[in-house]
Design a protein around this ligand. Structure first.
Ligand SMILES: [Zn+2]
Length: 234
């Protein structure tokens, strides 16, 4: 009996079809753009795309934030309010702590809170364990909300801080108590400098806008980690 190519192709298509139905080839959730984002899932190139879709979907964003495992993010959802005239806030939460303590609680848009949770868990802590063999236990920041334009210029566009869409991070504290600070350790040639440079690189592609000491003098003492923009990294 001769087997025709057409029959073989037909048979293959049937098997592939059954495979999809039985989910032999199910795409892992973190690679499937249509599956909701979960904080514990590994980060993939699809993660930033999922984050961006959540910017216009407050309920889905809060649902994703709730997937943060255990006590690794302590926050309170806030009703829409206008803390400063001209800068209404909506879809915001107050972050009290995460797996790290902060020098003070801060207001964050839901996408910012979610991106931070992903960054801390999947990037910052593994990096700290790699470089220092211990976790980060504290993060010092200069704040997230400020009702202003970029560089305080009257004719510039609104800053990401005007909508609590960015956090300015100044220093990290390790479990041993050692403090790694942007201002004094960025140019360090040892592990502190290595840690800070890698921490910035690891933030790129997850946060939409990442600015650091190499960008300009205004950022000599902090990382600007914002959720607007796509992979802006300077
Ligand atoms: Zn900033």
């Amino acid at each position: 009996m001769r087997i025709h190519a057409r029959e073989v192709i037909g048979l293959v298509l049937i098997v592939v079809g059954i495979g999809f139905e039985k989910q032999w080839w199910a795409i892992p959730r973190e690679w499937n753009p249509w599956q909701p984002l979960r904080v514990a899932d590994p980060i993939t190139p699809v993660t930033q795309w999922k984050l961006q879709r959540l910017e216009d979907n407050p309920e889905a964003c809060l649902a994703a934030l709730q997937t943060t495992p255990g006590e690794s993010l302590v926050y309170t959802p806030l009703a829409p309010h206008t803390p400063v005239e001209g800068c209404p806030l909506e879809n915001v939460v107050r972050i009290q702590r995460s797996a790290v303590t902060f020098n003070r609680s801060f207001v964050a848009s839901c996408p910012l809170a979610l991106t931070w949770a992903l960054y801390e868990r999947h990037r910052l802590q593994p990096l700290a364990r790699d470089v220092f063999r211990q976790p980060v236990t504290g993060v010092e920041h200069y704040g997230s909300f400020a009702c202003r334009n970029i560089y305080h210029r009257a004719n510039a566009r609104r800053s990401e801080h005007a909508t609590a869409d960015a956090l300015d991070v100044a220093a990290f504290r390790l479990e041993s108590g050692r403090r790694i600070e942007l201002l004094s350790d960025w140019d360090d040639e040892g592990e502190a400098g290595e840690f800070l440079h890698q921490a910035q690189e690891d933030a790129c592609g997850l946060f939409g806008t990442v600015l650091g000491p190499d960008y300009n003098a205004a950022h000599a003492n902090h990382f600007h980690l914002g959720v607007r923009g796509v992979s802006i990294c300077r």
